[in-house]
Ligand binder design. Structure first.
Ligand code: SF4
Length: 70
């Protein structure tokens, strides 16, 4: 007797920052950790710091990569 094979469910991949391995929600904002932080200057007080680029969950770029299973 022949048995039917079940089709594997395919999870839809959505190319967006919120599904990217480099997306890190932190302190109420979303950082992209694809590259090292860059220098940022506060022009009001002249202070200098470093920070990762801030992104919106629905954005994406050409470096998008799916999250790792871990
Ligand atoms: S899609 Fe691009 S900008 Fe967005 S988190 Fe990933 S690497 Fe950063």
């Amino acid at each position: 007797m022949a048995t039917r094979k079940r089709k594997a469910e395919v999870e839809e991949t959505v190319v967006a920052c919120e599904h990217c391995r480099y997306f890190v929600p932190k302190d109420g904002r979303n950082e992209c950790r694809r590259n090292p932080p860059t220098v940022a200057v506060d022009f009001e007080d002249g202070g200098v710091t470093s920070m990762f680029p801030l992104v919106e969950a629905g954005e994406w770029c050409g470096c998008w990569s799916p999250r790792l299973n871990s």
